[in-house]
Design a protein around this ligand. Sequence first.
Ligand code: G1P
Length: 277
Amino acid sequence: MIRKCLFPVAGYGTRFLPATKSMPKEMLPIVNKPLVQYGVEEAVSAGLNNVTFVTGRGKRSIADHFDISYELEHQISGTGKEQYLEGIRYLINNVNFSYTRQNNMLGLGHAILTGEPLIGDEAFGVVLADDLCVEEDGSDGVMAQMVKLYNQFRCSIVAIEEVPADEVNKYGIIAGESMVDGLYRVTDMVEKPNPEDAPSNLAIIGRYILTPDIFQKIRDTPPGRNGEVQITDALLQQAKEGCVLAYKFKGRRFDCGSIDGFVEATNYCYENIYKKK
Ligand code: G1P
Protein backbone atom coordinates (compact mmCIF):
# COMPACT_ATOMS: atom_id res chain seq x y z
CA MET A 1 0.00 0.00 0.00
CA ILE A 2 1.17 3.52 -0.68
CA ARG A 3 0.89 5.73 2.38
CA LYS A 4 3.36 8.54 1.82
CA CYS A 5 3.62 11.49 -0.50
CA LEU A 6 6.62 13.74 -0.95
CA PHE A 7 6.32 17.39 -1.93
CA PRO A 8 9.53 19.05 -3.10
CA VAL A 9 8.91 22.71 -2.24
CA ALA A 10 12.37 24.22 -1.95
CA GLY A 11 12.36 26.02 -5.33
CA TYR A 12 12.54 29.80 -5.56
CA GLY A 13 9.65 30.61 -7.88
CA THR A 14 11.62 33.27 -9.70
CA ARG A 15 9.02 33.51 -12.45
CA PHE A 16 6.61 35.00 -9.94
CA LEU A 17 8.88 37.68 -8.54
CA PRO A 18 8.30 40.01 -6.83
CA ALA A 19 5.32 38.05 -5.37
CA THR A 20 7.62 35.23 -4.30
CA LYS A 21 10.33 37.41 -2.79
CA SER A 22 9.36 36.60 0.78
CA MET A 23 6.51 34.16 0.15
CA PRO A 24 6.79 30.57 -1.11
CA LYS A 25 5.41 30.13 -4.62
CA GLU A 26 3.48 27.12 -3.28
CA MET A 27 1.50 29.49 -1.04
CA LEU A 28 0.23 31.61 -3.94
CA PRO A 29 -3.54 31.22 -3.95
CA ILE A 30 -5.63 29.85 -6.77
CA VAL A 31 -8.78 31.83 -5.86
CA ASN A 32 -8.81 31.37 -2.05
CA LYS A 33 -6.64 28.30 -1.50
CA PRO A 34 -2.88 27.99 -1.71
CA LEU A 35 -1.55 25.93 -4.57
CA VAL A 36 0.08 23.45 -2.22
CA GLN A 37 -3.20 22.69 -0.47
CA TYR A 38 -4.72 21.51 -3.76
CA GLY A 39 -1.80 19.09 -4.09
CA VAL A 40 -2.12 17.82 -0.52
CA GLU A 41 -5.86 17.31 -0.98
CA GLU A 42 -5.19 15.29 -4.13
CA ALA A 43 -2.68 13.09 -2.25
CA VAL A 44 -5.01 12.60 0.71
CA SER A 45 -7.92 11.67 -1.55
CA ALA A 46 -5.63 8.95 -2.93
CA GLY A 47 -5.11 7.61 0.62
CA LEU A 48 -1.65 9.14 1.04
CA ASN A 49 -2.07 10.46 4.56
CA ASN A 50 1.61 10.92 5.36
CA VAL A 51 2.88 14.05 3.70
CA THR A 52 6.55 14.95 3.63
CA PHE A 53 7.75 18.35 2.53
CA VAL A 54 11.27 18.85 1.31
CA THR A 55 11.49 22.54 2.09
CA GLY A 56 14.14 25.20 1.97
CA ARG A 57 14.94 28.60 3.31
CA GLY A 58 12.00 31.02 3.42
CA LYS A 59 9.36 28.30 3.31
CA ARG A 60 8.19 28.27 6.90
CA SER A 61 4.73 29.54 6.06
CA ILE A 62 4.00 26.15 4.45
CA ALA A 63 4.50 24.41 7.80
CA ASP A 64 2.43 27.12 9.51
CA HIS A 65 -0.37 26.66 7.00
CA PHE A 66 -0.69 22.98 7.88
CA ASP A 67 -0.82 23.66 11.60
CA ILE A 68 -3.38 25.11 13.99
CA SER A 69 -3.48 28.89 14.37
CA TYR A 70 -4.83 29.26 17.90
CA GLU A 71 -5.31 32.99 17.63
CA LEU A 72 -7.36 32.63 14.47
CA GLU A 73 -9.37 29.72 15.89
CA HIS A 74 -10.15 31.84 18.94
CA GLN A 75 -11.16 34.85 16.85
CA ILE A 76 -13.60 33.08 14.58
CA SER A 77 -14.88 30.36 16.89
CA GLY A 78 -18.69 30.29 16.80
CA THR A 79 -18.92 32.75 13.88
CA GLY A 80 -20.08 32.06 10.32
CA LYS A 81 -16.48 32.31 9.18
CA GLU A 82 -15.56 28.93 10.61
CA GLN A 83 -16.71 27.31 7.37
CA TYR A 84 -13.69 28.80 5.59
CA LEU A 85 -11.38 26.68 7.73
CA GLU A 86 -13.18 23.37 7.24
CA GLY A 87 -10.92 22.08 4.47
CA ILE A 88 -7.65 22.93 6.15
CA ARG A 89 -8.87 21.70 9.55
CA TYR A 90 -9.67 18.35 7.98
CA LEU A 91 -6.11 18.07 6.68
CA ILE A 92 -4.57 19.13 9.99
CA ASN A 93 -6.59 16.49 11.82
CA ASN A 94 -6.11 13.65 9.36
CA VAL A 95 -2.64 13.99 7.88
CA ASN A 96 0.80 13.39 9.40
CA PHE A 97 3.08 16.14 8.15
CA SER A 98 6.84 15.90 8.25
CA TYR A 99 9.50 18.28 7.04
CA THR A 100 13.10 18.18 6.03
CA ARG A 101 15.22 20.85 4.43
CA GLN A 102 17.15 20.75 1.20
CA ASN A 103 20.11 23.00 1.95
CA ASN A 104 21.38 23.22 -1.62
CA MET A 105 19.24 23.26 -4.74
CA LEU A 106 20.89 20.50 -6.71
CA GLY A 107 17.87 19.42 -8.74
CA LEU A 108 14.58 17.53 -8.41
CA GLY A 109 16.36 14.17 -8.07
CA HIS A 110 18.42 15.56 -5.21
CA ALA A 111 15.30 17.01 -3.55
CA ILE A 112 13.62 13.59 -3.66
CA LEU A 113 16.74 11.93 -2.25
CA THR A 114 16.73 14.44 0.59
CA GLY A 115 13.36 13.00 1.62
CA GLU A 116 14.69 9.44 1.89
CA PRO A 117 15.00 9.35 5.71
CA LEU A 118 11.32 10.32 6.00
CA ILE A 119 10.11 7.92 3.31
CA GLY A 120 12.18 4.83 4.09
CA ASP A 121 11.90 1.55 2.23
CA GLU A 122 8.47 1.84 0.67
CA ALA A 123 6.87 3.08 -2.54
CA PHE A 124 5.65 6.68 -2.37
CA GLY A 125 3.97 9.41 -4.36
CA VAL A 126 5.57 12.67 -5.46
CA VAL A 127 3.53 15.79 -6.20
CA LEU A 128 5.00 18.91 -7.76
CA ALA A 129 2.51 21.43 -6.47
CA ASP A 130 2.93 23.87 -9.35
CA ASP A 131 1.25 21.36 -11.64
CA LEU A 132 -2.35 21.77 -10.52
CA CYS A 133 -4.52 18.82 -11.55
CA VAL A 134 -8.29 18.87 -11.41
CA GLU A 135 -10.73 16.04 -11.86
CA GLU A 136 -13.11 16.13 -14.78
CA ASP A 137 -16.23 14.10 -15.51
CA GLY A 138 -16.31 12.59 -12.03
CA SER A 139 -13.00 10.75 -12.40
CA ASP A 140 -10.61 10.19 -9.47
CA GLY A 141 -7.77 12.62 -8.86
CA VAL A 142 -4.58 11.89 -10.78
CA MET A 143 -2.72 10.45 -7.77
CA ALA A 144 -5.64 8.13 -6.98
CA GLN A 145 -5.62 6.92 -10.59
CA MET A 146 -1.90 6.22 -10.32
CA VAL A 147 -2.21 4.40 -6.99
CA LYS A 148 -4.70 2.01 -8.62
CA LEU A 149 -2.19 1.29 -11.36
CA TYR A 150 0.60 0.83 -8.85
CA ASN A 151 -1.44 -1.75 -6.97
CA GLN A 152 -1.73 -3.66 -10.22
CA PHE A 153 1.83 -3.30 -11.63
CA ARG A 154 4.07 -2.57 -8.59
CA CYS A 155 6.57 -0.35 -10.37
CA SER A 156 7.37 3.33 -10.72
CA ILE A 157 4.83 5.36 -12.69
CA VAL A 158 4.97 8.85 -14.18
CA ALA A 159 1.94 10.84 -15.29
CA ILE A 160 2.15 12.14 -18.84
CA GLU A 161 0.27 14.32 -21.28
CA GLU A 162 0.78 15.34 -24.88
CA VAL A 163 2.33 18.78 -25.34
CA PRO A 164 2.92 20.85 -28.49
CA ALA A 165 6.26 20.08 -30.18
CA ASP A 166 7.64 23.54 -29.37
CA GLU A 167 7.13 22.94 -25.63
CA VAL A 168 8.97 19.65 -25.21
CA ASN A 169 12.02 21.53 -23.92
CA LYS A 170 10.09 22.42 -20.74
CA TYR A 171 9.51 18.80 -19.65
CA GLY A 172 10.87 15.35 -19.19
CA ILE A 173 9.83 13.52 -22.37
CA ILE A 174 9.29 9.78 -22.62
CA ALA A 175 9.25 7.17 -25.35
CA GLY A 176 7.36 4.00 -24.67
CA GLU A 177 5.65 0.88 -25.92
CA SER A 178 1.90 1.11 -25.66
CA MET A 179 0.50 -1.58 -23.31
CA VAL A 180 -3.15 -0.69 -23.14
CA ASP A 181 -4.93 2.53 -23.98
CA GLY A 182 -3.17 5.40 -22.19
CA LEU A 183 -0.49 3.22 -20.55
CA TYR A 184 3.07 2.89 -21.84
CA ARG A 185 6.10 0.93 -20.77
CA VAL A 186 8.91 3.48 -20.83
CA THR A 187 11.82 2.72 -23.16
CA ASP A 188 13.48 6.14 -23.12
CA MET A 189 13.29 9.38 -21.18
CA VAL A 190 15.02 12.69 -21.79
CA GLU A 191 14.97 15.75 -19.55
CA LYS A 192 14.00 18.92 -21.43
CA PRO A 193 15.19 17.89 -24.91
CA ASN A 194 15.45 20.24 -27.85
CA PRO A 195 12.45 19.61 -30.13
CA GLU A 196 14.66 17.86 -32.72
CA ASP A 197 15.98 15.41 -30.11
CA ALA A 198 12.66 14.65 -28.38
CA PRO A 199 11.64 10.99 -28.56
CA SER A 200 7.93 11.98 -28.60
CA ASN A 201 5.63 14.72 -27.40
CA LEU A 202 4.59 12.82 -24.26
CA ALA A 203 5.60 15.03 -21.36
CA ILE A 204 5.99 14.05 -17.73
CA ILE A 205 3.84 16.18 -15.48
CA GLY A 206 4.45 16.60 -11.77
CA ARG A 207 2.96 13.34 -10.47
CA TYR A 208 5.08 10.29 -9.79
CA ILE A 209 4.88 7.03 -7.92
CA LEU A 210 8.37 5.80 -7.13
CA THR A 211 9.57 2.49 -5.79
CA PRO A 212 12.20 2.89 -3.06
CA ASP A 213 15.09 1.54 -5.16
CA ILE A 214 14.91 4.96 -6.84
CA PHE A 215 17.01 6.38 -3.99
CA GLN A 216 20.04 4.30 -4.91
CA LYS A 217 19.45 5.12 -8.59
CA ILE A 218 19.48 8.82 -7.72
CA ARG A 219 22.71 8.41 -5.76
CA ASP A 220 24.22 6.78 -8.85
CA THR A 221 22.95 9.52 -11.20
CA PRO A 222 25.44 12.21 -12.22
CA PRO A 223 24.20 15.79 -12.71
CA GLY A 224 22.40 16.11 -16.04
CA ARG A 225 20.44 18.92 -17.70
CA ASN A 226 21.31 22.33 -16.18
CA GLY A 227 23.96 20.63 -14.02
CA GLU A 228 21.21 19.26 -11.74
CA VAL A 229 20.52 15.73 -10.54
CA GLN A 230 17.42 14.85 -12.55
CA ILE A 231 14.76 12.39 -11.43
CA THR A 232 14.18 11.73 -15.14
CA ASP A 233 17.72 10.30 -15.48
CA ALA A 234 17.32 8.08 -12.39
CA LEU A 235 13.97 6.83 -13.71
CA LEU A 236 15.54 5.96 -17.05
CA GLN A 237 17.94 3.63 -15.23
CA GLN A 238 15.01 2.04 -13.44
CA ALA A 239 13.23 1.64 -16.78
CA LYS A 240 16.27 -0.03 -18.33
CA GLU A 241 16.80 -2.45 -15.47
CA GLY A 242 13.18 -3.11 -14.56
CA CYS A 243 10.00 -1.34 -15.46
CA VAL A 244 8.66 2.21 -15.41
CA LEU A 245 5.17 3.00 -16.64
CA ALA A 246 3.90 6.23 -18.13
CA TYR A 247 0.22 6.97 -17.71
CA LYS A 248 -1.93 9.40 -19.67
CA PHE A 249 -4.11 10.53 -16.80
CA LYS A 250 -7.74 11.59 -16.90
CA GLY A 251 -8.40 15.16 -15.86
CA ARG A 252 -6.98 18.57 -16.54
CA ARG A 253 -3.62 19.97 -15.59
CA PHE A 254 -2.49 23.58 -15.33
CA ASP A 255 1.13 24.65 -15.35
CA CYS A 256 0.95 27.01 -12.40
CA GLY A 257 4.71 27.46 -12.54
CA SER A 258 4.03 29.87 -15.42
CA ILE A 259 2.01 33.07 -15.26
CA ASP A 260 -0.25 32.02 -18.14
CA GLY A 261 -1.03 28.64 -16.58
CA PHE A 262 -1.58 30.23 -13.20
CA VAL A 263 -4.12 32.70 -14.60
CA GLU A 264 -5.84 29.94 -16.57
CA ALA A 265 -6.08 27.80 -13.43
CA THR A 266 -7.45 30.74 -11.46
CA ASN A 267 -10.18 31.38 -14.02
CA TYR A 268 -11.01 27.69 -14.29
CA CYS A 269 -11.20 27.14 -10.53
CA TYR A 270 -13.23 30.29 -10.02
CA GLU A 271 -15.84 29.21 -12.58
CA ASN A 272 -15.86 25.47 -11.96
CA ILE A 273 -15.08 25.02 -8.29
CA TYR A 274 -15.49 28.22 -6.31
CA LYS A 275 -18.74 29.46 -7.90
CA LYS A 276 -20.33 26.01 -7.83
CA LYS A 277 -19.90 25.49 -4.10
C1 G1P B 1 10.27 18.92 -13.49
C2 G1P B 1 10.88 17.65 -14.09
C3 G1P B 1 10.38 17.43 -15.51
C4 G1P B 1 8.86 17.42 -15.52
C5 G1P B 1 8.30 18.71 -14.87
C6 G1P B 1 6.80 18.64 -14.72
O1 G1P B 1 10.79 20.02 -14.18
O2 G1P B 1 12.29 17.74 -14.06
O3 G1P B 1 10.86 16.20 -16.03
O4 G1P B 1 8.40 17.31 -16.85
O5 G1P B 1 8.85 18.91 -13.57
O6 G1P B 1 6.28 19.84 -14.25
P1 G1P B 1 10.65 21.55 -13.62
O7 G1P B 1 9.33 22.02 -14.11
O8 G1P B 1 10.73 21.46 -12.13
O9 G1P B 1 11.80 22.28 -14.23
